[in-house]
Design a protein around this ligand. Structure first.
Ligand code: SAH
Length: 346
């Protein structure tokens, strides 16, 4: 399958063809992606026909639309049955794609649907890059009303923990940045706090943005929500995040999923403000989206506003994130396989 191949060994796909054909194919796959091999207009019909069923490393099983057509969720299905979900969000001057790095997730954050359903497998670099290429092709060939015809932002905030799949995510980043020509500044890697992964990412050449999913500002509360905190407590996470910031010069963001009566207190606001100021980070507040196995709920809009103001008064930059795709389970933390079990009999 083409996308499971690095750009360097595409030749194996169309053997016995002159090398300029391989270059043309690489351009179609990585520079100006198209939805169908049929659309690769400068390739001969026999090559296009041969590639048609092998173009993507997955099938598009479900495409759903929400928010008056400005949000799309795709459920892609790999040949082994693994499910890969991506969400495209269109805005007047932005098109943001939220991509998955694993099928499922092993980290079991209590409030996240992906974690509630467990880990299935890591996604291959080609499967990560293909989500980006598919959305690029979609925007150019089909488009979304009132939205740019190309991706402006890519966020690793779909299913999975990107830094728990470091080598494959690294290779996916390399292909996006060095082969597809996507700016590192338009990419955000979001992590629940895998300290070794943050340190390794800091050693890579690309200045991608880092988002830290913090959600709680003391270890006791954080460990109860995000079990990996036991292994990498807040102080270590903060130190790694600071080193990343110093190396890259990219403003960090802190993600904070707001849960009623859990992490929306003034005490948490105080502690969060202290961390955010030390890290010079921007705080994103996200109202909790409902998930099947958690009984937590989001605070009222007014209360979220008040929490945001409390942070502002303490000198923190804060945004309340809009919620896209809630009614199609495409919002933050809601991605999981629709059936609950992603494996189809082979
Ligand atoms: N594993 C990575 C990336 C995936 S989660 C990480 O944790 O950062 C992307 C964002 O959605 C994270 O900030 C996560 O905490 C948040 N999130 C998870 N479940 C959520 C829910 N039910 N409602 C709102 N946000 C949620």
């Amino acid at each position: 399958m083409p996308y499971l191949r690095a750009p360097e060994d595409l030749g194996a796909l169309i053997s016995n063809e002159p090398s300029y054909r391989v270059d043309q194919l690489r351009d179609w796959l990585y520079s100006t992606p198209v939805l169908h091999a049929q659309d690769m207009t400068n390739l001969p019909a026999r090559i296009r026909a041969d590639l048609e069923d092998r173009l993507w490393p997955f099938e598009v099983e479900i495409e759903q639309s929400a928010d008056e057509g400005t949000t799309r969720k795709w459920l892609f299905r790999a040949p082994d049955g693994a499910a890969i979900e991506s969400v495209l969000m269109g805005y007047p001057r932005r098109a943001t794609l939220c991509i998955s790095s694993q099928a499922g997730c092993a980290l079991a954050c209590t409030f996240c649907a992906t974690g509630q359903f467990g880990f299935e497998r890591h996604l291959e670099p080609g499967e990560i890059v293909a989500q980006v290429a598919y959305a690029q092709a979609y925007l150019r060939q089909i488009g979304m009303p009132g939205t740019p015809d190309h991706l402006t932002n890519i966020v690793f905030m779909g299913m999975g923990e990107p830094l728990a799949n470091f080598d494959r995510v690294r290779e996916a980043l390399r292909r996006m940045i060095e082969v597809m020509g996507i700016s590192a500044r338009s990419i955000t890697v979001s992590t629940v706090g895998m300290v070794p992964g943050i340190r390794r990412l800091a050693d890579e050449p690309w200045p991608v943005y880092l988002a830290i999913s913090l959600h709680a500002a003391d270890d006791e509360l954080r460990t109860s929500l995000v079990p990996i905190n036991k292994r990498y407590p807040i102080a270590e996470l903060e130190a790694a995040a600071w080193d990343y910031f110093e190396k890259k010069g990219r403003r960090l963001s802190i993600e904070w999923t707001m849960m009623d009566g859990v992490n929306d207190t003034l005490d948490q606001a105080d502690k969060l403000a202290a961390i955010a100021k030390r890290l010079r980070a921007h705080v994103n507040l996200i109202a909790l989206n409902p998930t099947p196995l958690s009984s937590e709920s989001a605070p009222s809009r007014l209360h979220i506003r008040q929490f945001a103001e409390a942070l502002e008064h303490r000198g923190v930059n804060v945004t309340v994130r809009d919620t896209r795709g809630r009614d199609i389970d495409a919002a933050c933390g809601q991605l999981r396989v629709v059936s609950g079990n992603s494996r189809k009999p082979m």
